[in-house]
Design a protein. Structure first.
Length: 69
């Protein structure tokens, strides 16, 4: 279904800025897990995020859920 929709709407020669596919309700027994159960890896992730923000500015990175549409 996604491919058919893309083929219908895509215009040849026009660049594609962003393409995303969302899946939901695939199972009734869904459990959200942590990306990093390891506290050290999670700390390293946040340090890397802080380093990017320090270098490029605080508005350079944000959570996908807070992105403007």
């Amino acid at each position: 279904m996604v491919k058919e929709l893309f083929d219908k709407l895509y215009r040849r020669g026009e660049p594609v800025r962003l393409l995303g596919v969302r899946l939901s309700e695939l199972t009734n027994d869904a459990i959200q897990t942590n990306l990093f159960d390891d506290v050290e890896r999670k700390t390293d992730l946040y340090k890397a995020i802080d380093d990017v923000k320090d270098r490029f500015g605080k508005n350079y990175l944000n959570r996908a859920s807070s992105s403007k549409k």
